[in-house]
Design a protein. Structure first.
Length: 423
């Protein structure tokens, strides 16, 4: 503890250490430190509460985290407008009375005072995650956000965009968000854009594209601008592969743990990208299964594609399939190809179709399924009124009977690609 190291027990010190505990998944230590703050009569701020709750949530300690959230509301007279809604969304709380009360309070606060970009974007994201359908609330939130959009960081614009992409909203700031991004991107020259939009900010920019695509309001001018920026950034990475090879963690080759005679096959091979068939029993990457598609690509490339070492770019893979599944996997050999494909994927220029055999006889008419998908580590993915929005097109092509089981053969086209969305 801080006392053991004779450190001054300041709330800011505790907040910093709790944030480290959150990142490391040390939920028990986070709770102990939080209790230490109470014993020292220190008032935790919202950063401390969020760090402890996130650490608990990552290890399915929802009851601990929810108790802390209620304690946070009771003990603080200066809670931000987004704190309690964020807590409810982060923990996946389903109590309709609690959720309704939280957003009634938030709407009153929206009308009475000015709030920071981070508070507004977090509130918008929380409302969408919790399935709030109050159009008056989102209208007021959109008005407050648009007035100070130039002060939003890229990560705040991403939260705002995904919150605003929820279906059925008449007041939508997505057009203004795209105009703001075009204005910012237009201010950079080719020489300084690599520093301005590298790493996490580039992923946030791609996320804004995806949110606008999902809402059906993506502007072609933003797609072209992001493609240009992505190409410039990627060329900088491809021109210096030695640095990336030295700084990236290389995946170890794992011996197969099961018999499998099927091998991956390259079916489309260009200079900078390829398509490979993943057989059942193979994992794309992550080393949770014995046979790794990543190791297959390393072997055929003689380890000459640096992006295969870069986990921040998903080792060059554009998407995944579950281990028991088989199908086509799109992968990039260079960073320029990877970001080009990422822009196409986020702008819905890439179509992903699947053939699924499922239980029951489903209706034969084609239909679109829109649902929010929610998951937590160690738990099954659930679909319903809360979570991240997803879209799926499905068409039944045949009804089958096998012994006493009724089965349907279904063609599926996914619009989003959420975790376990097809399941």
């Amino acid at each position: 503890s801080l006392r053991q190291h004779n450190a001054e027990p300041l709330d800011v010190c505790y907040g910093a250490i709790l944030t480290v505990c959150e990142s490391a998944g040390l939920w028990q230590l986070a709770l102990d430190l939080f209790g230490d703050m109470n014993r020292q009569r220190l008032l935790p701020d919202h950063i401390s509460y969020r760090a402890v709750m996130s650490a608990c949530d990552k290890h399915a300690k929802v009851s601990h985290a929810f108790s802390l959230s209620l304690e946070s509301i009771r003990s603080s007279s200066s809670q931000s407008i987004s704190s309690f809604p964020w807590m409810l969304a982060r923990l996946g709380i389903h109590d309709p009375e609690v959720i309704h009360a939280a957003f009634v309070e938030a709407m009153l606060l929206l009308a009475s005072s000015r709030h920071s970009p981070r508070e507004l974007s977090t509130l918008c994201w929380a409302g969408a995650m919790l399935g709030i359908s109050n159009d008056a609330f989102f209208h007021r939130l959109a008005e407050a956000s648009i007035q100070q959009l130039s002060d939003f960081k890229t990560e705040d614009l991403l939260l705002l965009a995904w919150g605003a992409s929820a279906p059925g909203l008449s007041s939508n700031p997505l057009g203004a968000i795209q105009d703001e991004m075009l204005l910012r991107l237009g201010a950079y020259s080719s020489s300084d854009m690599l520093q301005a939009f590298s790493g996490e900010e580039m992923r946030e920019l791609l996320g804004i594209l995806w949110a606008c695509t999902f809402a059906g309001v993506l502007k072609e001018s933003l797609v072209r601008t992001v493609q240009r920026f992505a190409k410039q950034r990627a060329r900088g990475l491809d021109d210096n592969p030695e640095a990336w090879m030295a700084s990236s963690q290389q995946a170890d080759t794992i011996t197969s743990k099961h018999d499998c005679n099927l091998q991956p096959q390259i079916v489309w091979n260009l200079v900078d990208r390829l398509v490979v068939i993943k057989p059942p029993g193979w994992e794309v990457y992550d080393h949770c299964a014995g046979r790794q598609l990543l190791n297959f690509l390393k072997d055929i490339s003689w380890n000459q594609w640096p992006i295969l070492q870069d986990k921040s770019c998903h080792c060059g893979f554009l998407h995944r399939l579950d281990v028991p599944s088989s199908g086509l996997i799109l992968a990039a050999k260079t960073y320029e190809a990877y970001f080009d494909l990422q822009v196409q994927l986020r702008a819905s220029r890439v179509t992903r179709d699947y053939v699924v055999l499922c239980h029951g006889w489903l209706p034969t008419s084609a239909r679109e399924l829109s649902a929010c998908v929610h998951w937590r580590e160690g738990e099954l993915t659930s679909a319903g009124g809360q979570g991240k929005p997803s879209g799926t097109l499905a068409k039944v092509t045949a009804h089958l009977a096998c012994k006493s089981s009724a089965l349907s053969l279904v063609l599926v086209r996914i619009k989003t690609g959420r975790r376990h969305q097809i399941r």
